[in-house]
Design a protein around this ligand. Structure first.
Ligand code: ZN
Length: 438
């Protein structure tokens, strides 16, 4: 299997740190970034590394050699003028396998590549992109997907203030079918993956799969980002960053916990985040926890809101959180409702399901999707239904005094903790987690 590294970047922005050293040689934990990438590739069975080189080619080739000291084969390809990252791949296409993986030379990552590779094969897409939420979506290139996770649009940064969006950003890790690229027109100028080649493929009707993953993948291409990545290395965050390692999660109820409980939110404009919520979620984000919304949305079954309408509401939520540097790793909801008798209701959703809280299917599904360690996870909500859900799932719970404040009287269960609001819940859970020695 081939692992292609875009190692030709000039690294102008890193000059203050690296001098004349090319970007892929930037030190992370005392070793070149390139060495970390090669080790990851080898760990997941990639036996051939292709370095697409340009600037600093001699230094990179001299260091990498033929790869035998890393247990892989390494080939460097790169001549002629700078072509941009996608241009370099297009120029080398004849020498690439029918399916290959591509990563930027300034990206530090710990991703379960086998999982990504098999997801790509299963979807049969022309290119699969790893996409993830980040803490600055407003100035990132955003990806829109349909319900099957295939890409429907690329939205270039900066976004417009009026947009509501899903916080989904192109992380710069691709699995590519050579055949799809072979039919694309060759151009003389500079060609970029995110802004030229992928939108071009989409426009030609190719299917592009958005592989959502919360795993560790960060650009180390500026002095500040390189420092941040080195801090992540020292703290062990990178080592714990892949799907191979289970992590704790916070399961959050929505209405009354994240946003004001406005007697069923039916439109984006009715969604109003509670004070301090973005800061609380940011706290869990920084501590390396997954943040997952689990919500009963009987508005769908009652016909008060379509699934598209609900997506628009969630996009508003993600946009507002994103403006404050916070993000959620997943939103899971139950569209069902057991009782009939509403005008405009959807009979097919009028059912007793196993996902409506206090049932646990949403939590169990999220924990499979995101490799969550339930023993170290918490449910936070404003109703006794949330506390019962936590008990049913075997996880601990925090009742917040916002929204219903636990006064709904549906279940007699007591929470493990009671907090004034989400912010206090964040401080409490993180303090207990650290006290338990992780
Ligand atoms: Zn359900």
């Amino acid at each position: 299997m081939q692992f292609v590294i875009l190692a030709g970047g000039k690294g102008t922005r890193l000059r203050s740190k690296l001098g004349e050293l090319p970007k892929p040689m930037a030190p992370i934990g005392g070793r070149p970034l390139l060495e970390h990438q090669i080790e990851l590739a080898r760990r997941y069975g990639f036996d051939e590394i292709i370095l697409l080189v340009g600037h600093g080619r001699e230094a990179i080739e001299a260091w990498a050699g033929d790869g035998s000291r890393f247990g892989v084969r390494i080939r460097a390809i790169g001549d002629g003028p700078p072509r941009g990252n996608a241009g370099a791949v297009m120029a080398a296409l004849e020498r690439l396998d029918s399916r290959f993986l591509v990563v930027y030379g300034d990206t530090m990552l710990n991703v379960d590549l086998s999982r990504f590779w098999s997801a790509h094969a299963k979807r049969g897409s022309a290119v699969s992109l790893l996409i993830h939420p980040n803490d600055h979506p407003w100035d990132s290139d955003l990806i829109e997907t349909d319900r099957r996770d295939f890409i429907t649009a690329f939205r270039a940064a900066p976004g417009q203030a009026s947009w509501d969006y899903r916080n989904q950003v192109n992380a710069g890790l691709y699995i590519v079918e050579r055949e799809a690229l072979a039919g694309m027109p060759r151009c003389e100028g500079v060609l970029d993956f995110g802004t030229d080649l992928l939108p071009g493929l989409l426009a030609r009707g190719f299917e592009l799969f958005g592989y959502r993953s919360p795993e560790y993948i960060k650009d180390a291409g500026t002095p500040e980002r390189l420092d941040a990545v080195n801090v992540d290395w020292e703290s062990g965050r990178i080592a714990r960053g892949s799907f191979a390692t289970p992590v704790p999660a916070i399961f959050l109820d929505r209405d009354g916990t994240i946003n004001r409980d406005a007697n069923y939110v039916r439109t984006p404009d009715a969604l109003e985040l509670l004070t301090g919520v973005a800061g609380a979620i940011r706290g869990w984000n920084s501590a390396g926890w997954r943040v997952v919304v689990v919500s009963n949305q009987p508005v769908i079954a009652r016909g008060d809101c379509t699934e598209e309408g609900l997506l628009a509401i969630h996009n508003r939520m993600e946009t507002q959180l994103g403006l404050a540097g916070a993000y959620v790793d997943g939103i899971y909801y139950c569209p069902h409702h057991p009782d009939g008798g509403f005008t405009g209701e959807k009979p097919e959703l009028k059912t007793r399901c196993n996902c409506r809280k206090p049932a646990t299917a949403l939590i169990l599904q999220a924990s499979r999707d995101l490799n969550i360690d339930l023993n170290r996870s918490w449910m936070v909500g404003d109703s006794t239904t949330d506390i019962r859900t936590a008990r049913n799932a075997g996880i601990r719970s925090v009742l917040v005094r916002t929204g219903k404040g636990g006064l709904d009287g549906l279940y007699p269960d007591l929470p493990d903790l009671i907090a004034r609001d989400l912010s206090e819940a964040m401080h409490m859970t993180i303090a207990l987690h650290q006290g338990a020695g992780r």
